[in-house]
Design a protein around this ligand. Structure first.
Ligand code: ZN
Length: 325
């Protein structure tokens, strides 16, 4: 069995204030909060999932918001940029929107013939919006604050910052089924499966950069898609056989996961497409209530008491942001 992830499944990052996180990703970037749960390994902390209408794999950015956690440092051994795809003609609209909402956003830059805007979230996480005519996979969320024609369509790619390039490239190509599709200066672009938006990773070789420190405003890990758990188990066997230190398959309630580190230090995950976010609530209700996995349900009262209150931005608050906001 050869390993070939279908694309990015999700990116998980660290934030501080959960309300500020929801306000930014939901009300400003217009992603849907598709699941409000807790960090299964530390249930006194939220785990917030944002994505398209249904939270399809490939559209998901998730956060552990830890109030008071120190600021991380961007650097090597880290995923330093998370890129989303937006429709090809939407970049100007997004720049105006973000500037009006007080988000510090750069002029559009062009890389590998793709135009992109770069911005920071309130904790300093670097987000890119990349214009792409094929950015059509994610299904727009009709009740969102961003008009459907401009909505973020899903993840475009991630950028890994590395002190060295060869060992990471070797893992991606020889063991994870990626192929080198472009390179320029110190940037190497790899695609998996069909390639294109949602199925790419850029490795940037920056030996002079400081070592990254994972804390607030940084990516915790990047997950790649497996079609089902049997395939994932086969891939796990192959990775273990090649000498990689891989966790057992872990039940994450909405997908099943394995984790390992690439040689540069970035934590990677492989996560299954099924069962998805409608496993424990209907599509229309996604993200509205705190959901717990069965093994934490007996502690619900205790868990809920420890979590800060979280309010979804409402339509009245969007209206205050002016027309088109
Ligand atoms: Zn994950």
């Amino acid at each position: 069995m050869s390993i070939e992830p279908l694309g990015i499944h999700h990116v998980t990052a660290i934030a501080t204030d959960p309300q500020r996180n929801v306000d930014f990703y939901y009300a400003t970037l217009g992603l849907r909060l598709v699941k409000r749960t807790v960090n299964f390994d530390a249930p006194d902390t939220y785990h917030l999932y944002y994505g398209d209408e249904a939270g399809r794999p490939g559209t998901l950015l998730t956060f552990f918001p830890w109030p008071g956690t120190p600021q991380g440092r961007h650097g090597t051994g880290q995923a330093t940029v998370t890129s989303f795809s937006v429709p090809g003609s939407s970049l100007g609209w997004w720049k105006q929107r973000l500037e009006r909402l007080g988000v510090d956003v750069t002029e559009a830059t062009t890389r590998f013939e793709e135009d992109a805007l770069s911005l920071h979230d309130p904790d300093g996480l670097v987000i890119e919006l990349v214009a792409h005519d094929d950015a059509s996979d994610g299904v727009p969320w009709p009740d969102g604050p961003v008009p459907a024609e401009h909505q973020i369509r899903g993840l475009h790619g991630v950028t890994l910052c590395e002190a060295g390039y060869e060992a990471t490239a070797e893992l991606l190509v020889d063991r994870l089924g990626f192929r080198l599709v472009a390179e320029a200066d110190n940037r190497y672009r790899f695609d998996t499966a069909a390639g294109g938006p949602g199925a790419r990773v850029d490795v940037v070789c920056q030996p002079e950069a400081p070592r990254g420190m994972v804390a607030a405003g940084t990516v915790h890990h990047v997950a790649w898609r497996a079609p089902d758990v049997d395939t994932e188990a086969g891939w796990r066997g192959e990775l273990v056989g090649s000498g990689l230190d891989v966790t057992p398959i872990i039940d994450r309630q909405y997908f099943e996961s394995i984790y390992f580190r690439e040689p540069g230090g970035v934590l990677l995950e492989i996560a299954t497409d099924p069962p998805g976010f409608t496993k424990d609530e209907p599509l229309l209700e996604l993200g509205k209530a705190l959901k717990l996995p069965p093994w934490l349900e007996p502690q619900r009262e205790l868990i809920q008491r420890a979590l800060p209150e979280l309010k979804l931005p409402d339509a009245d608050r969007w209206a205050e942001r002016g027309p088109g906001a």
